[in-house]
Design a protein around this ligand. Structure first.
Ligand SMILES: Cc1ncc(COP(=O)(O)O)c(C=O)c1O
Length: 384
């Protein structure tokens, strides 16, 4: 009886069409995957550069297991810090063009541990309304005053900063918005922050390895520097873990204060080695160029069948609207052999459901053509 409320709550989730279930894939994150004995085109992975199956990345991970074993055995500040962590942090700092970097056990941990370490009660955080859940949770943990500003609205930022009496101020934004694929106006945000003496934090989870001349992310794309750059090793960098890049004092402070850094076991050695190898490959082999070509072909195909595409990146949502249509459209794609995710509230606002499609550098033109045929059928059936 004590736990009866659980079935009540689950019943409510189900009745709203918001029930989530695990689907089980039986192969790697390749353009074509296996599920339930059938092949699907994977059109929703964050393995953007296809590096999770790159031979050099797999070898680096396997070699790290041979040398360091499978687990870290402790947090970084106790027994868990081996030379490969220092090497990865140096590499990230170099890749992002900062003095230093610090690695966390996930991007989620990096966001909650950094925002809550930097901001306290009495401080002000200005957060874009479409920011990722880990930013929202970091803001909540900090106990600072949080103002959520309309998506990319610089004039609202100006108004809030002008009216603020808070001593410390932080503007935090996704670099590439995870469900929309558009890019934050980082130069304008930095300019306004300078005027009002506010810090800027950018979440480069979906921009690292993807945006910019050197594939370095949003700062590289615009040739500007945020005070604090967060990122994840789990998407284009084909591994797992998160990081913060910035000046040496910021990193020193986080090492001393950030609770999700201090009180969590260091990343497993193979994950560290895989991410390190992925950065080398991005620089040596430029898989980003391939991703950009595939994205261009896909978007042209969508525009040709009549979609209005707002995405500026490899994340290309197909807007479906209400939850029922979203889930039916996702199912019809799945029936046609396309593996995608229907995105519903609370991940996106009510009525803004979508199929979040994403591209990988390893997709072939045939993969894209096959996906477009299926998407066209869904467009016609649901009048999208
Ligand atoms: C914008 C954004 N920030 C942070 C995260 C969290 O990263 P991770 O999956 O490494 O915890 C994600 C990914 O889920 C994300 O999309």
């Amino acid at each position: 009886m004590k736990m009866k409320w659980l079935s009540d709550e689950l019943g409510q989730i189900k009745s709203k069409g918001l029930y989530r279930e695990l689907r089980t894939i039986r192969s790697a994150q390749s353009p074509r995957i296996k599920k339930d004995g059938r092949e699907y085109i994977l059109l929703s992975s964050n393995n953007y550069l296809g590096l999770a199956t790159h031979p050099k990345v797999k070898k680096a991970a396997a070699d790290a297991i041979e040398i360091y074993g499978s687990g870290a055995g402790g947090s970084r500040l106790t027994t868990g810090n081996t030379d490969i962590y220092n090497k990865l942090e140096e590499k990230i700092a170099d890749f992002k063009g900062t003095e230093d970097a610090i690695v966390f056990s996930s991007g989620y941990m990096a966001n909650i541990g950094t925002i809550s370490a930097l901001m306290k009660s009495g401080d002000l955080i200005l957060s874009d309304e479409l920011n990722h859940a880990s930013i929202i949770d970091g803001c909540r943990l900090s106990r600072a005053d949080v103002k959520v500003y309309p998506h990319k609205d610089i004039s609202c930022l100006e108004k809030e900063l002008g009216a603020s009496k808070n001593s410390k101020k932080l503007i935090v934004t996704d670099g590439v918005f995870s469900m929309d694929g558009d890019i934050a106006p980082l130069p304008e945000i930095i300019e306004i922050a300078e005027r009002f003496d506010a810090m800027v934090m950018v979440d480069d989870a979906h921009a690292t390895g993807v945006l910019g001349k050197h594939s370095g992310g949003t700062g590289d794309h615009f040739n500007v520097d945020a005070d604090i750059t967060m990122g994840t090793l789990s998407k284009a960098l084909a591994s797992s873990g998160g990081y913060i890049a910035g000046n040496s004092e910021l990193i020193e402070y986080l090492q001393n204060v950030s609770r999700s850094f201090i009180f969590s076991t260091a990343l497993p050695p193979p994950a560290v080695a895989a991410a390190t190898a992925a950065i080398d490959i991005i620089r040596e082999e430029n898989p980003t160029a391939k991703l950009r070509r595939i994205v261009a072909i896909y978007k042209k195909g969508l525009i040709d069948v009549g979609f209005n595409i707002q995405s500026e990146t490899q994340i290309v949502p197909i807007i479906t609207g209400d939850t029922d249509t979203t889930m039916k459209a996702a199912l019809l794609l799945e029936k046609q052999g396309i593996f995608v995710q229907g995105i519903r509230p609370p991940t996106v606002p009510e009525g803004k459901g979508r199929i979040r499609t994403t591209l990988m550098a390893t997709h072939s033109k045939q993969d894209i053509n096959d996906a477009l045929v299926a998407i066209r059928i869904v467009k016609e059936k649901f009048n999208l």
